[in-house]
Design a protein around this ligand. Structure first.
Ligand code: SF4
Ligand code: SF4
Length: 265
């Protein structure tokens, strides 16, 4: 198979010797926050790796400190791109566990979701294009079978007779296989990245934490994509799971995805 670009449809430490004394939770939180705040200031002034520090201590910053950090990011964006941006840090929505459903009986393989994701999430748009969604063309005769799938199909003329379309993206597994490690590493390549570096689908955190749908759900022209709160019995995703034929991809790996495929018809 020849590799080619996918055709675009549209584009308090204690003093030494002092007896150990447990800290009460409020004081511990205060010390953490104070330490984080002063450390941010120290890092800013001496030019150490602010990004690494923030990945570790982001959740411990006070609202005022957080506001300053976000303003700084917006200033950097302005300087780099010449555009005004708004950077938020919405926390998790209480009582919500997101789940995603994809109706394979509706998907027509148009790849609009692929490009909506790129536009929404600021991946590289060219040389190389970075896609967080891949749509595979599969053969009805073989069912869901990677050995009989094609990524680089021509989008013109879809859906083709005898074919069906299987979009794949991060499955948001509850139990990802993180213990596996390739020991042969390059500093600029495959070395383990710090926690918090997201290089894949985030369920459009910038949207969904504000109660909006992911970009790929909004753009799908046939309504194949469903998204919602798994903990809400009235949500669309729960109705799908309770009434349709649902399966998860590579179930045998026991990674418990939060992404569900189903056939509505
Ligand atoms: S949910 Fe958002 S980040 Fe994930 S694939 Fe869809 S558009 Fe991309
Ligand atoms: S999921 Fe929707 S937008 Fe994506 S390829 Fe299928 S039909 Fe097109």
């Amino acid at each position: 198979m020849t590799r080619k670009s996918l055709p675009l449809i549209e584009a308090g430490e204690a003093a030494p010797g002092a007896p150990e004394r447990p800290l009460d939770p409020a004081r511990r939180a205060f010390l953490r926050t104070a330490a984080a705040g002063s450390a941010v200031a120290a890092l800013s002034s001496c030019g150490l790796d602010m990004e690494d520090f923030l990945r570790k201590h982001f959740k411990e910053l006070s609202p005022a400190e957080l506001g300053r950090v976000l303003a700084k990011v917006e200033q950097r964006n302005q300087a780099r791109f010449g555009r005004k941006t708004t950077v938020r840090a919405d926390g998790p929505r209480p009582g919500v566990e997101f789940g995603y459903g994809l109706d394979l009986s509706r998907c027509v393989g148009c790849r609009r979701c692929v490009y909506a994701c790129v536009r929404e999430n600021n991946q590289s748009r060219e040389h190389p294009q970075i896609h967080w969604i891949r749509v595979l063309e599969m053969e009805k005769e073989h069912g869901v079978d990677l050995a009989h799938s094609e990524i680089y199909y021509e989008a013109e003329g879809v859906p083709r007779p005898g074919k069906f379309y299987f979009p794949v993206q991060c499955q948001q597994c509850r139990n990802p296989p993180a213990a596996e490690l390739n020991p042969d590493q390059h500093y600029l390549g495959n070395r383990p990245r710090p926690k918090g570096v997201v290089e894949k689908c985030t369920f459009c955190i910038q949207r969904t934490r504000q109660g909006r749908y992911p970009a790929c759900v909004e753009v799908c022209p046939v309504g194949a994509r469903k998204f919602g709160n798994l903990l809400d019995p009235e949500s669309e995703i729960r109705k799908v799971m309770e009434t349709k034929r649902v399966f998860v991809f590579k179930e045998e790996l026991a990674t418990h995805p939060q992404f569900y495929y189903f056939y509505a018809t």
